[in-house]
Design a binder for this molecule. Structure first.
Ligand code: ADP
Ligand code: GLC
Length: 495
């Protein structure tokens, strides 16, 4: 089985969020099952700098409006995962982020940047690019590669099927109808059943409409997006395609996220020896200018600063959290207004610390050094950081939505002293509801024997990628042109 996994970011080459972690780890977990999985992504400058064994492979010719596109083969630095890098300097060789310039404004030619990526993915997967490899399945991810299933569909590739994974419905890749001609897709693609969305072209909708199978990153989110509250107008399409839509929970790359082996944290530790965690906390407190107090519960948040993540709930709950004796540390990057708000919070520096920016090092140190992890998301397709936090014995406080609901169980102390659960959940998207869940967390923190039991339970959770890879291997097998369609029913697909 040959899988071409298409994504716009992958750790450690380039990362803005969880998609990068998924693109780096899922193909490797597929390869461990004997699947020939390769990742295709844009050759941004930092990607060329970081990838290994970069070799020129083919010229894909002049794609979309005369942009000369070349293909390089390469490998991921740590895992050796085979990569295809789509090189088009006119589109990708510039300073700034993968989607926006340094001021946070979308690149004006994003339709071409991701049109070219999607087009390259489709022609390589279909075997029509002059590359001596083709894919049975083209697996596209989020709006940036949403056009790939459309190109594949209209190219009429009989031996290649497509899977489209939704990591976030919120980002839709909307462009004016006028870009259609530049994208070299037939007029018929721009219909209500296709990628037209209220008069605009939606790359997300292209993926949803033209992929043979749709997945999203948790079972609960797969249900939520069929409702208006989470579907952003695409709930009808998702409901209509419900038999093709499955939720496959993301995994954790424990090679990168384990306190025993993590070289970025101040001291290693494990469930059976938590001494290192106490050192991580003390170091983090002193690094952040917080009072070095082992008895104060330290609540941390590591996040993109955007409405999704519920940062407003944390800011609103701060007075109550502090009144209960908490220390709060926030690492965030994103919307300028939130960055400003967080740098000017009116609280004592010994109690609240904020760091603005994107730092892999600090992300690890916050997660390892904290006692409790804040993730009060308004919606959360899966969420990886709460799973990372659990492995580090940092109990998550989460809103009961999406993947958070699927991965965190409320801690309960049973009559016989047994402790079940791994974190603290709340429902109402309000500061008081967050503060109440946090208060339960802090109460448990004060009850050391029960706290240790819950911490160990959290650390022993196994969210490894092997399980998701098994689910995808099945999805691919059923879908592949020579797969056994009859097998589908044996899995009891939801009607
Ligand atoms: P999302 O993809 O919606 O941002 P996830 O929880 O799936 O949420 O993944 C977030 C990823 O990005 C994690 O690897 C997390 O450690 C990382 N991350 C988020 N914000 C920051 C930041 N400010 N600095 C460093 N890493 C961050
Ligand atoms: C998105 C979602 C997040 C998910 C990640 C990886 O960024 O917001 O919930 O974990 O993608 O799938």
């Amino acid at each position: 089985m040959r899988i071409l996994f298409a994504a716009s970011e992958a750790y450690p080459l380039i990362k803005t969020g969880g998609l990068a972690d998924v693109a780096a780890a899922l193909p490797v977990a597929l390869a461990a099952r004997g699947i020939d999985a390769r990742l295709i992504m844009p050759a941004y400058p930092q990607v060329f700098d970081t990838a290994k064994d970069v070799t020129y492979t083919a010229t894909l010719g002049e794609a979309l409006g005369g942009h000369l596109v070349r293909l390089f083969a390469a490998r991921m630095p740590t895992t050796g995962l085979p990569l295809y890098l789509v090189d088009c300097p006119a589109l990708y060789a510039r300073a700034g982020g993968p989607y926006t310039d340094d001021n946070g404004a979308d690149w004006p030619d994003n339709h071409l940047r991701f049109g070219v990526l999607s087009h390259a993915a489709a022609v390589i997967a279909a075997g029509s690019a002059g590359v001596p490899w083709r894919a049975d399945i083209l697996h596209a991810n989020d709006w940036q590669t949403g056009l790939a299933p459309a190109y594949l569909r209209f190219a009429g590739a009989p031996n290649t099927r497509s899977v489209f994974t939704i990591h976030n419905m919120r980002y839709q890749g909307l462009f004016p109808e006028s870009v259609l001609a530049e994208l070299e897709l037939p007029r018929i693609a721009f219909s209500m059943e296709g990628m037209e969305f209220h008069g605009q072209l939606s790359m997300l909708k292209a993926g949803l409409a033209f992929a043979d199978r749709i997945t999203t990153v948790s079972p609960t989110y797969a249900e939520e997006i069929k409702l208006a509250e989470f579907g952003y107008g695409m709930e009808g399409l998702l409901y209509a395609r419900r038999r093709d839509l499955t939720g496959v929970l993301n995994g954790v790359d424990y090679a990168a996220w384990s306190p025993q082996t993590d070289t970025l944290i101040s001291a290693p530790y494990s469930a059976s020896d938590l001494a290192g965690k106490a050192r991580c906390k003390a170091m983090l407190q002193s690094e952040l200018g917080l009072a070095t107090d082992a008895t104060a519960p330290l609540l941390a948040m590591v996040t993109r600063l955007t409405e999704q993540k519920g940062i407003d709930l944390v800011v609103g709950a701060l007075p109550r959290l502090l009144a209960n004796g908490a220390q709060v540390a926030i690492l965030g990057a994103g919307e300028a207004e939130w960055e400003r708000t967080l740098t000017s919070l009116p609280f004592a520096p010994g109690r609240v610390a904020t760091r603005i920016g994107y730092s892999e090092l600090l992300a690890h140190r916050f997660i390892a050094g904290a006692d409790l992890f804040l993730m009060p998301s308004r919606f959360e397709p899966c969420g990886l950081t709460q799973m990372y936090a659990m492995r580090y014995g940092t109990l998550p406080i989460v809103r009961r939505t999406g993947g958070l609901a699927d991965t965190v169980d409320e801690v309960r102390i049973l009559a016989n002293g047994t402790v079940t659960g791994t974190g603290f959940l709340f429902d109402a998207p309000e500061p008081d509801a967050l503060a109440e869940a946090a208060a339960r967390g802090m109460d448990l923190f004060a009850d050391k024997p029960s706290w240790r039991l819950a911490q160990r339970a959290a650390m022993q959770q196994d969210f490894s990628w092997a399980r998701a890879a098994e689910d995808f291997a099945w999805i691919y097998k059923v879908l592949a042109p020579h797969g056994e369609a009859g097998d589908d029913k044996m899995r009891g697909e939801a009607a």
